[in-house]
Every structure is written in C-alpha cells, then in structure tokens.
Design a protein around this ligand. Sequence first.
Ligand code: NAD
Length: 428
Amino acid sequence: MSITVPSTTPATTSLLTPGRQALDSALFQLDQAADQLGLDDGLRSMLSTPRRSLTVAVPVRREDGRMDVVQGFRVQHNITRGPAKGGIRFHPSTDIHEVTALAMWMTWKCALVGIPYGGAKGGVAVDPASLTPRELERVTRRYVNEILPIIGPEKDIPAPDVGTDEQTMAWIMDTYSVNAGYPVPGVVTGKPMTLGGSLGRAGATSRGVQIAALKALPGSPEGRTVAIQGFGKVGALAARYLADAGCRVVAVSDVTGAVVDLSGLDVDGLRAWVEETGGVYGYRHADALSHADLLELDVDILVPAALEGVITEENAPRIRARLIVEGANGPTTPEADRILADAGTTVVPDILANAGGVIVSYLEWVQNMQAYSWSAGEVEVKLRDLMEHSYDAVAALSAERGITLRQAAHVIGVGRVAEAHRMRGLYP
Ligand code: NAD
C-alpha cells in the first residue's frame, strides 16, 4: 500500500484548515525525504502514520458555574527510537491535523539531533487568555487526567509550546504525581527549577536559534539586522541572544501588533513593556508596522517564531531577508520553500533551528531520571555541541547532494528513524 502524500508540491489549499495544511506540508517533506532515501511503500506507510492519536473531551467549570467542553489531543507519531516527546499547545485553532504534523516534525527533530526519543505533540483547543488562572489550572489538570494512560517518563514526556509555560508544566507534574502516589518529575520537562527543571531550559530553544543563525550567517554578526515574528518564549529570548551576538534587532511582532526601529530596538525595554502591557502594541520607542510588512522587511535575518504557514507562495516572492531561521515549527509552506530556494534565500529549517528546546528537555529528563543536576555551563556545552554537530551534518549533506537545508535535515532525520524500524523488524 502506498501512502497518500502528494508527489509534487501540493496545490494551493486555502479551503483546508491551517492544521490540515500543516499536515500536508509535513507529509510532502516526508515524501521528498523518502524519495531521496529510496524507501519502500511499507516503510513510507509506517512513517506517515501516527502510532497513537487520542482525542479527548475536556470539560471545564467556569467561574460563573457554567460548564464548557473543549477538545484536547495527544498524538504519538513514532516511538521506534525511544519514548515519545513533544510539547503541549493551548490555542483556539489547534486540531488533530496540526497536532499530528507537529508530532511528526518532533520525530525527525529528535532523530536529527541524535537524542533517544520519538515524536509526540499535544494540544487543547482553547485560548488561554480567555480563562482565569483557576480555569486554566482546571483545564490543564483535566486534560492531563484524560491523557494520563498514555503519558509517563518512559512512555511520553510533554513540554511547553504555544500558550503553555512553566506553571502549566508544574500542574502536569503534580496531576500525574498525585495519581501515581509519589513524585514523578520525569513525566514532563520545562518545569520550574524547584520541581526538577533544568538550568538553561527556559532559553534553550532561543539559544539554539542563535547558534543556528550564527552558523548560517556568512561573516560577522556585528550590525546584521534581524526581524522576529512572535515575541513569546522563543522569539523574545532569540531577540536577546541575537542582540548579545552583535546583531541589530529592528522589528518584532506578536498577536497584538508589530513595531520597528531601524536603528535597533531596545530588546530589554521592549520585554519590560510586554511584561507590563501584555503585548508589543503601543511601545513608545518604535514605530508601528503591519504584521505582513514585518515579514517582508529588508533585513539580514528573519526569525519566524509564532505559528505555522506564515511564509506562503503569496508572500514568499516579496521576502527580502537573506537568511530565515525557523524558531517556529512549520512556518514555511513547501510552495514558499521552492520560491525562496530559487531566490537564493537560505532557510535553516525548524527541525534543526529550534531543536535546542528538545535537546535541553532531554537533558532535564536525564537529570530527573538520575535524581541529579548539572550546572548551567554543563548544559550549555552539551546544547552547543549537539546543535553545532547537527548543523554541520545537515550543511555537509546539503552541499554534497545539492539539496536545501530542509531536505538534508529530513533525509538525516527520516533516514535514522527508517533505519531503526529496519533493525527492530516488524512484530509479529
Ligand atoms: P508562545 O506562546 O510563548 O509565543 C508565541 C508568540 O507568537 C506570542 O508572542 C504570540 O503573541 C505570537 N503570535 C501568535 N500569532 C501571531 C501572529 N499571527 N503574528 C505575530 N505573532 C503572533 O509560544 P512559543 O513557545 O514561543 O512557541 C513559538 C513557536 O516556536 C511555535 O511554533 C512552537 O511550536 C515553536 N517551538 C517552541 C519551543 C519551546 O520550547 N517553547 C520549542 C521548539 C519550537
């Protein structure tokens, strides 16, 4: 049986949900890698099919006594190389397709950077900003209770993603531990330090973005201009670290708006403003910009760090950044990829550029399983080593085969998972 993936770039599919479009992109990228690797139809089917997909109802008692029911998901795409690993997203438009795509990308990412995990993702279709802190806690605990049978430190280990944070991870750790009857810190990563979190985890994804950007930049980072879409956990610290490296962060955006100052934004001032007001909108020391214009600014580096499918065939011809470093998962569609490649734009793909997060999540889990902790310096050295080593392998394969960095990253990631399947064989 062959898998139902398009063999050429998928046609424009504006009627599909963003989640379905993300899954089509992920399947297209898998298909391209499978062609490069010469995989047979059986393996293609294995790799395109999630091992487990769970959809759950999450009833939540609102403060006024009403009961709402929202949908939650957990998808374990592949567990051939190790337990499933992946974040949990709280976002109103998340659906089973988006979560499946994100889980698939996690599988290739873990294999690419050589950590012994499969890929998973979770989501709850809710806007966390619309809930009170007590409602948010109830949604989190009930969702975790519903997915409890399939998670655990040796089965599937969640982490933060869009709309979730250290507090969410603390509630997950507590809910799981209360059910187990003893503390189980290794069930989740991205925890607060007091509950077994790792030094360096909060900034790990952004540190990885910085490392990947500096690797990909020809020449010195001094004075190179940067625009960042998304000023959340990944984007705000990517701004800080790229500025630390000498770059000039000229524009950032979040869901509230976008701001620009071509002489360079005061990143810490902006972070303080966001802390105070909840968004970049209205920041006094910069000009307002439209969301669309931010992506099309004439900058050296563009870092998409928000959601999927934001660089498309519609806006790709107008993108002027020389280098795109994907902090977000799936920000670039396959059609846009082709346009950018033809224009000579370098794209450091998500499964490489944002792998710093899962690398330090893995280090957190190892520390939890050993009831031990490492210094910030030890964590940083391991993160840098894995990121640089992975980048070099991808860049070398890309040059050798004349393929894009994304294609090379997928050939390595998919190839390692395929090899693991071959070695394990098929039961029964
Ligand atoms: P977050 O919720 O902390 O931040 C998301 C940011 O994007 C917010 O600032 C939000 O306002 C902004 N945003 C949302 N819609 C937007 C729009 N249309 N235009 C501009 N900005 C918009 O989430 P995060 O953890 O920073 O995740 C961001 C991306 O990075 C996601 O794709 C996620 O999957 C990916 N990622 C996160 C991690 C991690 O460790 N948190 C690791 C790897 C990849």
